[in-house]
Design a protein around this ligand. Structure first.
Ligand SMILES: *[C@@H]1O[C@H](CO)[C@@H](O)[C@H](O)[C@H]1NC(C)=O
Length: 419
């Protein structure tokens, strides 16, 4: 990396000696190899960007000056837009891409006086119809790409791995389809990935939860298959997997393998997840919202839920969970909304009545003497009777601090055993 940086720097110096023209440089030292490629291009280009009305040169060629790269990219995209009801692209004419509606420029970090580069595209709610073209990957200084609420179809081009500066990618509420766009996993600086409300399908890649993403929104797609075992590795604070077709058990390692416990919100609602709720869940001591509703989870709740000291909303509705809701759960100090409707719970402890004034929905369970419960015949066979997660509840809160360590050793001891 050091080598690459100094090479970029040398090229930059060289360039300054070669041309006095006020050309757009836009070489970012941080961008490594890509920066070098562009740097060479600028040197050869000889300041052509002052004359942007001229032909922008061969598309995708590395001998095109940086500023013209932006022009090339955005004009290629413009011609792939088939409907623009708000007439936004009417402003996309001429060489000054920074004046285009939705395009935001910033000065290049190397040369604040002479050049500016495309730092962001914000076309949220533009209602554009078309595709996302490969030429956009020429915008290698771009930090933000916000395209939510448009009508883009197809998927992301593989060339998008060249978007080495991209930190936020919001493609939500479009008509994108195909498998998970793995190119997003190769964007080294991406921290916000929003693909929700599209038609992506297929399985989620293992690498997704190993990357350094802080927010992962995949809800309302057609993703299927099992949730990758790497889930617990994710350093994200928000993960939304709701309204997909994910199936199989929750990863047993969830909460165990990860040393990162920054997760504040995770939503699994409305998938096809089966089996037990893993013990490791209690490790997420910063969790505020946990939604497991509308799945097929069975068995008793793990007592480790009592370690979720910051949990505010816990939604377990519409599963096949059973057992009693114990004091250790209902006395969680931040809990304001506990929803367990449509399960097979057979009772709740004294502490749970504390929640009556805030939010506690226990309808359609098997709780004797309470209103709005399942008809008795439905309660005669509790689902998941053969599962090992019909755990014996502990009367006292478990020692949450040592939880991580004990779960870790448990996991190592039994890692090869299967139910
Ligand atoms: C509690 O949460 C459920 C589901 O998450 C929601 O439907 C309900 O409106 C909430 N109740 C209160 C009182 O906030």
């Amino acid at each position: 990396m050091n080598k690459t940086c100094s090479l970029s720097f040398l090229l930059l110096l060289l360039f300054h000696h070669l041309t006095a023209a006020k050309a757009a440089i836009g070489v970012s030292i941080g961008t490594g190899g890509v920066g070098v490629g562009v740097g060479i291009g600028v040197g050869n280009g000889g300041g052509g960007s002052d004359n942007g009305a001229n032909s922008p040169g061969p598309s995708g060629s590395s001998s095109v000056p940086k500023h013209d790269n932006s022009y090339t990219a955005l004009q290629a995209w413009k011609s792939a837009i088939t409907d623009d009801p708000l007439k936004i692209l009417d402003t996309w004419v001429g060489p000054d891409v920074c004046s285009y509606k939705g395009i935001f420029c910033s000065n290049s970090p190397q040369d604040a006086t002479t050049s500016s580069t495309v730092a962001g595209i914000d076309l949220n709610h533009a209602n554009l119809q078309g595709t996302i073209v490969k030429e956009l990957s020429l915008l290698s200084d771009m930090n933000l790409l916000h395209l939510n609420s448009n009508r883009f179809t197809g998927t992301l081009p593989d060339t998008f791995k060249d978007l080495v500066s991209l930190e936020e990618l919001d493609l939500s509420n479009n008509q994108l389809s195909g498998p998970f766009p793995t190119v997003t996993l190769y964007m080294p600086n991406l921290i916000y990935l929003d693909l929700r409300f599209n038609s992506f399908s297929g399985t989620l890649p293992e690498q997704l939860f190993n990357n350094n993403l802080d927010a992962i929104f995949l809800n309302n797609n057609q993703f299927g298959g099992e949730i990758p075992q790497s889930l617990g590795n994710s350093p994200a604070s928000v993960i939304n997997l709701a309204n997909n077709k994910l199936s199989g058990n929750m990863p047993i390692s969830f909460g165990i393998i990860g040393s990162n416990s920054k997760l504040r919100e995770i939503l699994f609602l409305n998938n096809k997840i089966t089996g037990c709720i893993p013990q490791g869940l209690g490790i997420f001591t910063e969790m505020q919202v946990l939604d497991l509703s509308f799945n097929s989870l069975m068995g008793h709740l793990p007592d480790t839920i009592s370690c979720l000291q910051d949990i505010e909303v816990l939604n377990l509705a519409h599963n096949k969970l059973s057992g009693e809701l114990s004091d250790v759960i209902c006395s969680l100090r931040s809990l304001v909304n506990l929803t367990v409707a449509y399960n097979f719970f057979s009772g709740f402890s004294q502490q749970c009545s504390r929640l009556f004034n805030v939010g506690f929905d226990f309808s359609d369970n098997c709780i004797p003497g309470r209103n709005m419960q399942r008809p008795q015949p439905e309660c005669s066979v509790i689902p998941g009777g053969s599962l090992s997660c019909l755990r014996i509840p502990t009367p006292k809160p478990i020692a949450c601090i040592s939880l991580a360590a004990s779960l870790n050793s448990m996991h190592t001891d039994h890692s090869s055993s299967s139910p």
